[in-house]
Write a protein of this length. Structure first.
Length: 326
């Protein structure tokens, strides 16, 4: 009997150890990174992110070009106002390319070519809300032999410029992956990331869940942005709950798993729980919220990764849920 208990304990400890290793691997941090800049050493150095401070994103780009890129004019969203900078000088025979992003559109890729000591060509790819089909602008410019590519959520530029665009690099965040949604299909959709106009999110700050014994009634997330400020998403669902729980996240904490069950009768969210990897390397599970009492045959779902946003559908309760993660 003692031997059987010992074997069970060993198996349990091994399982917990593997789980901890799994969550550690899932615990990636979304940080703003400054890319290498491609081109020559002419002109003077510029760095829009450091020069403007607290850039929220790119509003529009105007590219002046002929055989090479003569100039790039960038309008940034900056503390709820727009700030415009110009790098390089357009010539008299310059062509112009316009890229105007709507509030829910973001730049996800920039491809280019270097012509000797200058940027010779640029192609910019954006994507809008609720779309898997990107928009491609360009190519602008004609010359270039050496290629480069930047990918991610592109927030700002740096490089060198004088009479032309001599060198170009970017500031970017790792691209988010959008999970499938779990639940029913008959409610109003929500998507915090696009609804909040693609903010530069680096972490969740908190999640609040409203629930009843049979279902998850509502959910709301608060986000930490790259400049240290916070942004609150809308509450999704209605406040007819018997229980309200808030999951606070300290510096270094990350939600690494969202797990739940759907009600078999109407496919609504019956149960929801979150696993947090704490800054001290411990893991803690919050929930389950709901529990789906009285329902048999509930279908389980899981989203793993560093969870940074929520999407789904809601009416009087949460009918569908998914997550953004890296």
């Amino acid at each position: 009997m003692k031997l059987k208990i010992s074997v069970v304990l060993v198996i349990l400890l091994i399982g917990l150890g593997l789980l901890a290793v799994y969550y550690k691997k899932s615990s990636k941090v979304r940080k703003l990174t400054k890319s290498v800049a491609y081109g020559g050493n002419g002109g003077t150095e510029f760095d829009d992110y450091l020069g403007l401070n607290n850039i929220y994103g790119i509003h529009s780009i105007i590219i002046s070009f002929g055989d090479i890129i003569d100039s790039i004019e960038v309008c940034y969203a900056h503390n709820n106002i727009q700030r415009t900078v110009v790098h390089g000088k357009p010539s008299s025979n310059t062509q112009v390319g316009y890229i105007a992003l709507n509030l829910q559109e973001e730049i996800i890729k920039i491809e280019g070519k270097i012509d000797g000591e200058m940027v010779g060509q640029l192609t910019i790819t954006t994507i809008g809300p609720n779309s898997d089909v990107p928009k491609i602008y360009g190519p602008f410019g004609k010359k270039g032999t050496r290629s480069f590519t930047f990918e991610g959520q592109i927030l700002a530029f740096h490089g060198r410029s004088g009479n032309s665009l001599d060198r170009l690099g970017v500031y970017r965040l790792e691209k988010l992956t959008k999970s499938d949604q779990y639940g029913s299909t008959s409610a109003s959709p929500f998507d915090d990331i696009s609804d909040l106009n693609n903010p530069p999110v680096v972490s969740l700050k908190s999640i609040t869940v409203w629930s009843r014994p049979e279902m998850v009634q509502a959910i709301q997330a608060e986000y930490l942005l790259v400049d240290g400020s916070t942004l609150e998403g809308a509450r999704h669902g209605a406040n007819f709950a018997t229980e309200i729980a808030t999951i606070p996240l300290e510096d270094g904490d990350q939600i690494v798993s969202m797990d739940g069950k759907t009600n078999p009768s109407d496919k609504s969210i019956a149960e929801l729980s979150f696993t947090v990897a704490k800054g001290n390397k411990e893991t803690k599970t919050y929930g389950p919220y709901g529990k789906g009492k009285g329902e048999k045959g509930s279908k389980a779902f899981h989203v793993h990764g560093n969870i940074l946003g929520i999407h789904g559908a809601s009416g009087s309760h949460i009918e569908k849920i998914g997550a953004y993660y890296i």
